[in-house]
Ligand binder design. Structure first.
Ligand code: GLP
Length: 248
């Protein structure tokens, strides 16, 4: 696992965007795995900035998002469809039919999960998967206890995750109880993984990511088994890890 230490959120975002842009430029029909949340927002702003400046082409890029809330309409302001449209897709002119997110409003969510897996496979597989990390170690919405063999599936969100994400909703109660997420085995099939972490609220989980055994009690630990994983974390997220190093 390669660890890149960034000074702050801004530097983390710039470095992450550079890695994504390298992928897009080296393979113009790259398949990108994308994430949502506060951590990756700055990275998307950097990609938009680059697009305005350099007109990097996304004409042949395909994207697959990690997850979507169940029961929210695509147009809902809190859906990840809306997040991606506003924060990235509409600003880099990627053809909408090349962008894929799980459909959380499908009447048959199980069938929707299988269909999502089939489209990923038909695309040739994900070249680079961008990940954030939950404070409890979730990746996508694979909560503690998720099977490492899981494919795209429906999950019940942990109360701590609903609370962490409630800042985006009018109230705690409005955060959906369920979501559709790419599974851990789906994520692990990506050719490269890029995980970002920022802020003191991630310091404890970043410490665990390096020091805990690989266990599904902390789903993110599985990425240690991937042959090509890069982590970019800022000083706040690294504070516990670096403090432990100093006293070692
Ligand atoms: C959310 C998303 C994840 C995201 C993570 C961290 O619940 N489902 O894909 O990576 O939790 O979010 P944030 O970056 O806002 O801390």
């Amino acid at each position: 696992m390669k660890l890149i230490e960034a000074k702050d959120y801004h530097e983390m975002s710039k470095l992450a965007a550079e890695i994504i842009l390298k992928q897009v430029k080296e393979k113009e029909d790259s398949v990108l795995g994308l994430a949502t949340g506060g951590t990756v927002l700055g990275t998307y702003q950097e990609l938009i900035h680059d697009f305005k400046k350099n007109k990097t082409s996304y004409d042949h890029i395909q994207t697959f998002n990690l997850d979507e809330y169940a029961g929210l309409k695509k147009e809902d302001p809190n859906s990840y469809h809306t997040y991606m449209k506003i924060n990235l897709f509409d600003n880099i002119y990627i053809p909408v039919e090349q962008t894929h997110l799980p459909n959380g409003e499908a009447s048959d969510l199980e069938e929707q999960c299988s269909a999502f897996e089939r489209i990923i496979e038909a695309s040739g597989g994900i070249d680079l998967q961008l990940l954030g990390i939950g404070q409890n170690g979730h990746i996508g919405f694979n909560e503690p206890g998720s099977s490492f063999d899981s494919k795209t599936h429906v999950v019940t969100l942990a109360e701590s995750t609903r609370k962490a994400n409630s800042c985006y909703f009018a109230s705690n109660e409005e955060v959906p109880a369920r979501a559709v997420t790419m599974g851990i085995s789906t994520i692990m099939k990506s050719k490269k993984i890029l995980l970002l972490a920022s802020g003191t609220q991630k310091a404890s989980i970043i410490y665990d990511l390096f020091h805990s055994e690989v266990t599904n009690a902390i789903p993110a630990t599985i990425i240690r088994k991937h042959a090509d994983t890069t982590i970019i974390a800022d000083q706040d997220a690294l504070s516990k890890l670096n403090q432990a190093k100093r006293y070692a």
